[in-house]
Design a binder for this molecule. Structure first.
Ligand code: ZN
Length: 226
């Protein structure tokens, strides 16, 4: 299926969800009645554990600053699962709006947005990339373009059975840059959903950096303990 068709279907799905949702002010997580104009009720909002502090993702003398909006609590996990596996773009908007808030609050400055890519096969199966959705939301609001030249050429699933060191090193082969001229000396904000070991995110950042990018900053919804 072509990228255009996927985008078309995605937009129709999104519009349908918006239509269904607009007449219903129930909380998207607990299904209890919530506040008007709020997709999450007060109780569920209270369960979101904000992180917000930056830290560094380090490996082999390379380091990238990273901001995570939340800790990986039950409510955040549910929102991410719904965005990632159930095409629930209302949950996606809730998460993206918090990411945008963090960008503004911390005054993050960058020229382009990028996102952690999926292989063509994985994208065909899911129909959309949740990190691309989040990047697009931030892009629209800040009027900063999303660059799509970071690609995933190999599946990382084939890493089962490998030790942590091998897993890290093996992942370098999974990502590539299609056209590096567009990103040379630019500062890029790389968007990902959850950071666990950081291996995927690190190698995406590394791939951008070695293609001549100025600074790479990383923004994720949540950080999870390994
Ligand atoms: Zn609720």
């Amino acid at each position: 299926m072509g990228k255009g068709i996927i985008k078309y279907i995605k937009n129709i799905l999104y519009c349908l969800i918006q239509l269904i949702y607009s007449g219903d002010d129930k909380c998207v997580i607990c299904n209890e009645y919530g506040d008007e104009n709020e997709a999450l009720c007060v109780q569920c909002r209270k369960k979101l554990r904000h992180s917000g502090d930056s830290f560094y993702l380090c490996h082999n003398d390379e380091e990238y600053p990273i901001w995570s909006v939340f800790y990986y609590s039950k409510t955040v996990k549910e929102l991410i699962i719904r965005l990632k596996y159930k095409s629930d773009f209302i949950c996606g908007e809730i998460l993206a709006s918090h990411m945008l808030e963090l960008v503004k609050k911390n005054g993050l400055q960058f020229d382009l947005l990028a996102y952690v890519p999926m292989t063509k096969r994985a994208l065909r199966n899911r129909g959309y990339n949740q990190s691309e959705f989040l990047a697009n939301y931030i892009s629209k609001s800040l009027n900063i373009p999303v660059i799509c030249n970071l690609i995933k050429i190999l599946d990382t699933k084939d890493q089962i059975g490998l030790g942590e060191e091998e897993r890290w090193n093996n992942m370098e082969k999974c990502f590539a840059i299609k056209e590096s001229k567009l990103i040379r000396n630019k500062n890029i904000l790389l968007v990902d959903d959850v950071i666990t070991t950081g291996a995927t995110t690190f190698h995406c950042a590394h791939c951008l950096k070695k293609s001549g990018v100025g600074n790479v900053y990383i923004l994720t919804i949540a950080k999870s303990k390994v």
